[in-house]
Design a protein around this ligand. Structure first.
Ligand SMILES: [Zn+2]
Length: 104
């Protein structure tokens, strides 16, 4: 995984570039003061064929930044891979069940 030291200012800078200067206002209160804590959030990814009620420790995940409105606490999750701030998860070949491997 790439750099996990991603701060609020970095996320806001990249979002501003992606939004081409359009302000990121809170859906609830309309203000634009956002805060992201020092820790990132991960969300497990279910791969094709995986049962919904199973969790794979060390399995694929989506790296997210939680941006929280400083006024009302409304929280938005941003995909750090899509923002170009983290590399996508690529599972090791030996962690893929044989039935899920591409056919040759
Ligand atoms: Zn708000």
């Amino acid at each position: 995984m790439s750099d996990t030291n991603i701060d609020t200012q970095t996320i806001l800078r990249v979002l501003s570039e992606r939004l081409k200067g359009k302000p990121l206002n809170c859906d609830a209160c309309g203000t634009s003061g956002w805060f992201s804590g020092p820790d990132l959030i991960t969300h497990p990814i279910l791969q094709h064929g995986q049962q919904i009620n199973s969790v794979v420790i060390g399995g694929p995940y989506l790296p997210l930044a939680a941006m929280t409105c400083q006024v009302c606490g409304n929280t938005k999750l941003f995909n750090l891979v899509k923002l170009g701030l983290m590399a996508p998860f690529i599972p090791a070949a030996d962690s893929i069940p044989p039935d899920d491997l591409p056919k040759r």
